[in-house]
Ligand binder design. Sequence first.
Ligand SMILES: O=C(O)[C@H](CS(=O)(=O)O)OP(=O)(O)O
Length: 232
Amino acid sequence: MNMDILHGIEGAKAAKGLTVVIDVFRAFSLACYVMGNGADKMIPVGDLETAYQLKKRWSDSILIGERGGVIQPGFDYGNSPAAVLNVNFHGKTVVHTTSAGTQGIVNAVQSDEIVTGSFVNVGAIIRYIQQRRPQNVSLVAMGWGGEEPADEDTLCAEYIRDGLLQRQVDFERIRHFLRYDSQTYSFMRLDGEASAPKEDFDLCLSLDRFSFVLSAQKDEQIGQFVLHRIDA
Ligand SMILES: O=C(O)[C@H](CS(=O)(=O)O)OP(=O)(O)O
């Protein structure tokens, strides 16, 4: 199995084989919370305009996402796991657009298969890749806005790589580093006023809270990717 760690939107464009598009803070942690709370389907889209069009098409769909970390006009929720933690999404279609995570999915055009990546379902991702036994695995760490590397996404890519190589990884060291030594914590502006409630930090680092992977498959009828939950 060949494994590559790639970065950002350019990395997503270059990704081949089974591609894990990783966004820990917060897009693909949030996606697990939403699907875990029963959403029927989740549609990751690139641009805001598409999100609004889909909302017009299905008026009972739910819009979730951000730009610059901030919830957009007409959206039901921001990109915050804390905001959706206790929301029942049963039977709902959720449209999701973010600055980095969903951009990775729509740009991974050379991939054979795409799954989302985060620490909240990282064990399931490793097991899924082991079951699929692909020749090539691309681990795409989306980073800040899909442009600047972010520690948490790179660390998650390395965690998956090390899991596949059966190396031990100390997750508590990762958590401590992200909380106290990385720029991540201040970049998230967890000050209660800005975009990310401080609970998001722990919710995004709730290791292996979910035992499913989210596979992004193109739905030709809708013309968009749809996330499917696969138990692993
Ligand atoms: O909402 C977030 O936390 C981020 C904002 S940004 O990428 O850092 O600008 O979006 P995400 O797509 O979840 O990384």
